[in-house]
Design a protein around this ligand. Structure first.
Ligand SMILES: NC(=O)c1ccc[n+]([C@@H]2O[C@H](COP(=O)([O-])OP(=O)(O)OC[C@H]3O[C@@H](n4cnc5c(N)ncnc54)[C@H](O)[C@@H]3O)[C@@H](O)[C@H]2O)c1
Length: 411
């Protein structure tokens, strides 16, 4: 909620439509006219009627990779200004932050407004953990942790959140414990993915297939398998480690491993762009004449969300080499793509390309009529950037000579 809420989101919800692009939460949005349901962009109107206020605003990074806490501060101010004295309203931050943000950002605002914690309000932290596009880990199926300096409020929130999810809900102590838990969950994933991405660059040079290596290693009971890829996307994993790096820098402790992992994952799109350029050069297509079509643009399969997608730096690097880039993603609107990318809405119009790159494994991208697409291409090269296609099978089915290459199988 808040005066800066997107009116378009509110309008969609008022019509009973899901504005998130995640089909798993289609049934959460109530139908218009549902009783006990009220939606407004005005915190002043909503907050006085609430015992508990959940704040789930974006926590992005700035251009220089620093945490942008302006939404947490802005939404906090809107809510606190609307709190009635003596109401003891509980305000819960759910956004992903580094340990210390909730108190450091909100305490000065609370003091400035003359409000008193314990009388007028309580603040708590309960991180959002759901996985968009993953019906097994939607908002109603993830465990929740609650941090609050007041254990009674923490336990009251356990009762409330237990109604929202079927999984474990736990009071874990002070705010900073819950804040830190959320951020390290994503830091750990970023580091694990960085390791396989680094291996995926080493093994082709050794003439060893990384997927064969991972399958072999995964036969050991304590080996955790992660999948290398074009890059790490979305607004969580590629963003949250910078929050941890910033906090460690504030207290003068090096976060070398977290920083190195981020650098590896950040470099993947430009690495893959270099590989694509080499493949086309070897097929007789110099960069200045090349045209590449990206299939899928959103950061993960079946989700209509382009934020932090690795497709964007991949396209930027290709364009910087003089390569023309087109993109097709049936989950996105034309204005989700950058201006310098040619947006293809109908694949029958995608002709003259030298290479198609499967970037996002949407079902729609996997069931393409490859034979027709290959015939429309000038140089038919297909690069499976997700290693999800059965290339042997495709080779047999597609009549046109098609050079098929799977990710990290370049040599
Ligand atoms: N969406 C996810 O998959 C997911 C999963 C886990 C954690 N998170 C975390 O949850 C937080 C929100 O992510 P999101 O993807 O839902 O963000 P989002 O970009 O969809 O924004 C959420 C809402 O915040 C509103 N908003 C923006 N600025 C505001 C302001 N100043 N005052 C009031 N409302 C404002 C927007 O209108 C929008 O409805 C982030 O910290 C993210 O890291 C998200």
């Amino acid at each position: 909620m808040g005066s800066r809420c997107f009116q378009a989101y509110v309008d969609m919800v008022l019509q009973g439509k899901n504005p998130t692009g995640d089909p798993d939460v289609d049934d959460i949005v109530p139908q218009p006219g549902t009783e006990r349901w009220n939606i407004t962009t005005s915190a002043a109107e909503a907050v006085p009627h609430c015992d508990v206020v959940l704040v789930t605003v974006p926590t992005p990074i700035t251009h220089d990779l620093k945490p942008d806490l302006s939404y947490v501060a802005g939404a906090g101010r809107d809510v606190f200004e609307a709190i009635r004295k003596g109401s003891n309203t509980i305000v819960v931050l759910e956004s992903t932050v580094y340990p210390g943000v909730t108190a450091q950002t909100w305490h000065p605002l609370i003091e400035e407004l003359g409000l008193v914690i314990g009388d007028d309000l309580e603040i708590a932290y309960c991180p959002e953990r759901f996985n968009p596009g993953d019906s097994a880990h939607g908002v109603r199926q993830v465990a929740r942790v609650i941090g609050c300096s007041n254990p009674e409020v923490g336990e009251a929130l356990v009762s409330l959140y237990s109604k929202l999810t079927t999984e474990d809900v736990r009071y874990v102590g002070k705010l900073e414990v819950a804040e830190a838990a959320k951020v390290i969950e994503n830091v750990q994933r970023d580091i694990n993915i960085a390791l396989v991405n680094e291996l995926a660059r080493i093994f082709p040079a050794l003439d060893v297939d990384v997927e064969d290596v991972l399958s072999a290693a995964a036969t050991k009971w304590n080996f955790h398998r992660y999948t290398p890829g074009v890059g790490v996307g979305g607004h969580c994993i590629p963003v949250d480690p910078y929050y941890m790096i910033q906090r460690a820098a504030d207290v003068g402790v090096p976060a070398g491993l977290i920083t190195a992992a981020r650098a590896v994952n950040r470099s993947m799109p430009s690495h893959v762009a270099g590989v694509l350029g080499d493949l086309m050069w070897n097929a007789g297509v110099p960069a200045g004449e090349a045209k590449v079509l990206l299939l899928g643009w959103s950061y993960k399969a079946e989700v209509g969300d382009p934020r932090e997608t690795p497709a964007e730096p991949l396209a930027e690097t290709l364009i910087s080499k003089g390569i023309k880039v087109g993109a097709w993603d049936p989950h996105l609107e034309a204005n989700d793509f950058p201006d310098n990318v040619d947006v293809i809405t109908d694949l029958s119009n995608a002709s003259g390309y030298d290479m198609v790159v499967l970037v996002t494994a949407h079902k729609a991208c996997l069931s393409i009529d490859w034979q027709t697409l290959a015939k429309q291409m000038r140089t038919p090269i297909l690069y499976d950037g997700r290693r999800v296609l059965d290339l042997d099978d495709l080779n047999q089915k597609v009549g046109t000579p098609l050079l098929l290459v799977a990710l990290f199988e370049e040599n």
